[in-house]
Ligand binder design. Sequence first.
Ligand code: NOJ
Length: 573
Amino acid sequence: MTDADAAVANPHFLDPDWWRHAVVYQIYPRSFADSDDNGTGDIRGMIDRLDHLAGLGVDAVWVSPWYPSPLLDGGYDVADYRDVSPDFGTLADADAFIAAAHARGLRVLLDLVPNHSSWDHPWFRAALAAGPGSPERARYVFRDGRGEHGEEPPNNWGSLFGGPAWTRVTEADGRPGQWYLHLFDISQPDFDWTNEDVCAEIDAVMRFWFDRGIDGFRIDVADAMVKDAALPDVPVNPETGFGSNEKNPGMPQWDQPGLADVQRRWRAVADAYAGTELGGRVFVAEAYIDPIERLVAYVEPDRLHTTFNFDALISEWSAASQRWVINHTIPAHEAVGAPTTWVLGNHDNTRVATRYGKPVTGRDFTAESETAAEPIELSAALLAMPTDIGLGRRRARAAALLELGLPGGAYIYQGEELGLDEIEDLPEAVLQDPVWERSGHRMRGRDGCRVPLPWSGEASPYGFSATAEPWLPMPAHWAPLTVAVQDADPASTLNLYRRALALRRTLPDLRADAFAWDELDGGDVLAFRRGGVLMVVNFGATPVELPPGEVLVASAPLDDHRLPHDAAVWVRL
Ligand code: NOJ
């Protein structure tokens, strides 16, 4: 990269506060672009398609795990934190990707999975071999079982993917032995974050990638690292028969006080790069915790920089609920001096166009508060409902203008810019998410939002691969949604995103933090101002008369300066 290249591509590239306003595009490497025609995406494919992202107008990419992994949880089961999976390429490819992204003015965030490794990680293998009481075992959460012969798990916790959160190992002498904790899949043993080896190793892993030029990390399950040392039982979830994974305050698996010190330690590692060309490195936390006042503790000044706003993702499509989320999100972040983020989807959640086409579109935040639903549970509940995909796509376009119109940062999950829907009818034989097996086929899991991207052509593999069968089948009805088709259609969702992102980048009012509700706001109409730009979203059936002004971008055609149902507009007053 030269600074000049990057600055031409994105004038805000070298702004040390770039992350406060950044639009970040999530690449799920397996499903983005396949350069070697084996049906699985790879890093060379990502490089080949970087111009799509530069042309879209995003500021950064977040790459889901590309590390060596048995892929038993889509790469969130890391076997080596300092390398790249041969399925995706080589370290040299990773370096080339980082350089190519920077040359286009795109910052690069990597996924870091510090709560657990894969069971293929050398540390876990060493822990199994070394036996009870060893320093190798102390890096993970191994405990003796309960019951006379240790035959009962150490507590009643349940895995988020179904089944128990503990698995018993066979010791070297062939006898049943200790149990290890895995909040997720059996192949994802949890690290013990009270162990200094673990803390030091993750510091070193961060530096390894920072030194290669990455700009920050997305922190996987940022609320889980530290557990209540007593590992107490929790109330039973009657549906699973195991301990509940609700995240109410006081639950011993989540959001423990000790997390603050872990996060401060990471912050110091990232801040040490402040004097370098790329500046200090940044974090975004993945934590589904409620209410937002609890979550913003993670982004206090000496902790992490940003956190995903899952309330926005989970909220139903209604003015009241969205207003509630905005009214809670902005002040809570202001109180700690952190920018908000806005999120519509990711690789764990039902795609937005499908969600918003359901009779129930998400959580009603104005109703008596419940605890946040885990994405997997939410997706399972949605699956049973019919979808009006036309309506869902229309709303998803409006939601994009709402998301991109708000102050702070925003996240775009690959394919959102194409209005892709969830593939809800994948054949059971192709399902890969461990949730499917671990839930005893009660929940299909998250494969439906991970289907590869359609780039061009009339049929699968739509330019994702040259000829190979993609790792998940791509549907016939995506032919009109390819990048190539949408590129040529000025009214496409792709061009809507491009227009909105270009405005966001160039209009100073949209880079400032100012936000104020407008007098038009009320009932089914959400209306707010960003300086001299008015943003309006109509959730109701009645068209909304807009005040005089220049229409900058609209998610649906206006009828004589009136905004129709399920549509959004940006107006320069
Ligand atoms: C959150 C990730 O987004 C998800 O895909 C993964 O299964 C879990 N964390 C466990 O790492």
